[in-house]
Ligand binder design. Sequence first.
Ligand code: NAP
Length: 523
Amino acid sequence: MICIPITSRTNKEALHAVERSCRFADFIELRMDLIGEGNLDQLISAVRNNYGLVKIIVTCRKKEEAARAGSAVRVKSAVQNTREKIALLQEAIELGADFIDIELAEGQKAIKELKSLCAKRGGKTKIIVSYHNLKETPALNRLKEIFRQCAKFKPAIVKIVTTAKTVEDNLITLNLISYARKSSPEIISFCMGDKGGISRAIAPFLGSYLSFATLGKEGQSAPGQYTVSEMDQFRDWFNGRRKTPLAPVLSLGRSLPKNYVLLGNPVGQSLSPLMHNAALQKMGIEENYSAFCVQDIGGAMDGLRGMNIRGASVTIPFKVPVMQYLDDIDDDALEIGAVNTIVNNNGRLNGYNTDWLGVMLTLKKAMTIRNKTFVIVGAGGTAQAAAYGIIKEGGFPLIVNRTMEKGKILSRKLNCPFYPLSEAGRIKADCLINTTSVGMNPQRDKSPVAAETLAGYKYVMDVIYNPLKTKLLADAEKQGCKILSGVDMFVHQGAQQLRLWTGKEPPRTLMKKVILERLTKIG
Ligand code: NAP
């Protein structure tokens, strides 16, 4: 549903704007703080007389709360203080407005007072409790907390609007909608600002109650607002009625990012952004890669589609759950049962697995795979990816795992032997691969197997790359084994992702160099 804000300089202009806007709007928001000498009675009557079905929201922000959109919005509030503002909202209730908007920051007393007046007047007027952040977009957990605080007042709608400082901020407000939709009340959420237009376009499709749009560019009440005609184009595009890409529509005022993202939880320590951005720069591709800590992977998939993000890496814990949200999954990823790469083809999300290629390219550089035996320690996603590649290349995996049940399930799936971790010492094979997280920073003094177990192996590989030389690899080296580090796997799986996204060969040497430099610095 579209809400057109009325922000005219004079009451006369506002009456004209109401007349024009009612033809296109489901809601009219009377911004009484921006309309000079606004006569609420006349304005409400004008809406009612024009189109009886159009709902009216009355809003009145104090100067410091009114959003600034460069020259497009005058930040000159007609109300000076809370008292004036509450009086105006009370008048709106008396005049039978459908909604009044009151900021959470006005406090419990003011909100309760207005609620009780609404109830006294028969409940015709409903309350919107709102939160606006004109500086930034707080973290998702903080926004959830704010949503819960607003919801405590049992309003009809909670409105949470923030300022996008980065394109990624859009995902936070979009995720908030998914969260809020699980309970009442209704939610309106999006980001303001030039970088926030994307959430304005997508929010209605995720269940945001209404969208603010203007008739023309001059009527903006907040930065980044689209026109009604632009919003119509988005709606047609999302509903499949428009075949042209979204980019030309968005180019009416804003540019659409064509970026790459990492989706996981946690992602703070990830070196993928460093590696991928160095590669993209070297490849002359003016796009970037950033990490998102995601709560709701389904919501993030909607975000990828809507924001036309070209590709995503997927990491713990979403490699399996993400599969249900994709349009297509390639055969290797289906066999492995996990996706770590997504390619966005004009809104169709295709899933791939490059972890197995990372393992194989690392192994193949050092040895032949055919007819060789490989002890794989672990039975998770990476174990599965490694075993899949080894079988595909004619080698023989043996699964060793701490949890017997999980190990047995994987070995049955792969039709290969299983041994409990406690029996690792009695197996002989050509190569041992650790696919567990044992030995990863900060647990540097840990190894998944005893040092003496490694005697007799020609090759030992660790998928862990931080630290560069894990205890397992240090023990293996002492036993005379050739060691293969997780850095090579990391670089190859990332390079394969870039190939899928860009169709070009990435600079693997450079990618390894930046990772080695960073890991050496970390120590
Ligand atoms: P996963 O699906 O959760 O599987 C983890 C496996 O490790 C499970 O089999 C688990 O055994 C085992 N494990 C965990 N803690 C253990 C412990 N203390 N002792 C013995 N076994 C233990 O994880 P994943 O996605 O496969 O990832 C595993 C590792 O691979 C992570 O460290 C990840 O960072 C790394 N990785 C590296 C790259 C790279 O490019 N270098 C790529 C992908 C993943 P149970 O079955 O007994 O729980």
